[in-house]
Design a protein. Sequence first.
Length: 403
Amino acid sequence: MKSRFRQSVVWLGALAALLGCAAGILGCSPREPALKPAEEATGAARASAASAEADSPGTAEPAAVVESPGANSPVAEAEAAESVAVDAGGRVHQTLRYQAMGTDFEFTLYTEPGAESTAEIVRIADLAMTAVRDLEEQISQWKPQSQTTYINRHAAEDPVKVSFEVFSLLQTCRTVYQETGGAFDVTVGPVIKLWGFYKGEGHLPATDELREAVARVGLEKVTLNEAERTVAFSVPGMHLDFGGIGKGLALDIAAEVIRSYGVSSAVLHAGTSTVLAIGAPPGAAGWTVRIRNPYNTSEYIDEVCLKDESLSTSASYEKWFELEGKKYCHIVDPRTGLPVEGMVSATAIVSSGTESDALSTAFFVMGVDETRTYCSEHPGVRAILVPHSGSELKPRRIGFDAP
C-alpha cells in the first residue's frame, strides 16, 4: 500500500520542510516557545477562519463523529471555534475550527506533558491550516487562478506544465483509478455537471446527452508526461474534479505539519466525511469514531477505534435531488454516468486521508462484492458498507478481524 502512494508521501515531506523553513524565517521553530500569549493565539485562529468557495454545493449532517476527548458524548456540531479542556491526567487539549475548501475543518490537538499553555499548539494548527489553504489554491476547480482551472481550460489544446505537487496528485489518482476499475475517477466532472449537481439543481439528462458526457470521462484519456511534468487531454471538454480526494489529501498535509512539530496526539476533521487520527488521546487505545444513522442523526450504526489512521464516509443522503418520485444521489458511477443506486453509505479506513477519501467514493460505486475483493487484495484496508435493505440498516464490515 505504501509504495502505491509514494508520490504523495514525498510531497508531504517536502511541504513540511518548506513550512519548517518558513517558521524559521518568522522567528519561530518547533523547538522555540510560542511568541504570543494564549489569548492572542486564539484570536489569531479566529481571524484565520475565512470562508472559501465551495468545492461542491449544499451542506450535510456529519456522517461520522469523534468522541470528545475525556467525555462520554460526541463532538457537538455547534462547538465553539476554539475550546480548551484538561483531561484527568492533566494534559491540555484545544479544538480549533477553520474554513477552507467550502467546508469546516476542525483540529483537536493535545499539548505535550508539562505544557501550561495551548499557545504552541494553536500556532502549529494555524501553520497546518495555512498548508491546507495553499493546497486549495492549487487544486480547487473553483479558484480562477488554480492549476486545475488552467488544466481544464487548456489541456485539450496543448500539454500543460504543472507543479510537482499537482502532477504527483494526478499520478496517485491514476493509481486508484486503475486499482478500482475506474470506480474512482477525477475526470467525472462533465457527468456531474450534466446532472446539475454543481449548481445544486437536478437535471435528468437525455440519453444522447449522457452518452456525450461519458465520452469525455476516463483517466485513460489523460496523458501524464513524467519527463516533462505535463498533463494533456486527448478529448476536448474533459474536466478534472478533485472533490473526491482533495479533503483527504488536505488532512494528510495538515497531519504532516502537525507531526513535524512533535505533536503526538491529535484528531483532524475535514467537513462531514473525513477524520484523521494522530496517535491516541492520553490513556486511550485510540480515537472512537461513530458513523451516524442517516435517518436518525441521534443514533449511530457502527463505530471504530482509530490510531494513526484515516476514515472517510461517502453517503447517498448527503446531496440528492428528486424527479418524478425518484431520488438521484450525487455520487455517480464514472463508467456509466449514472447516479449510484442501492447504497446508503460507504466507509473506508486506511492509513492515509488521501486514500480513505478516494476509496470511500470508489467503494460506494463498487458495492459489497467488489469492495470485499479489493480489501482482500489490499491488506490494511477496511470498509463498512451500508446497502439499502428496507427499513433496517445493516452495516457490512469488510477487512476486520471480527464481524
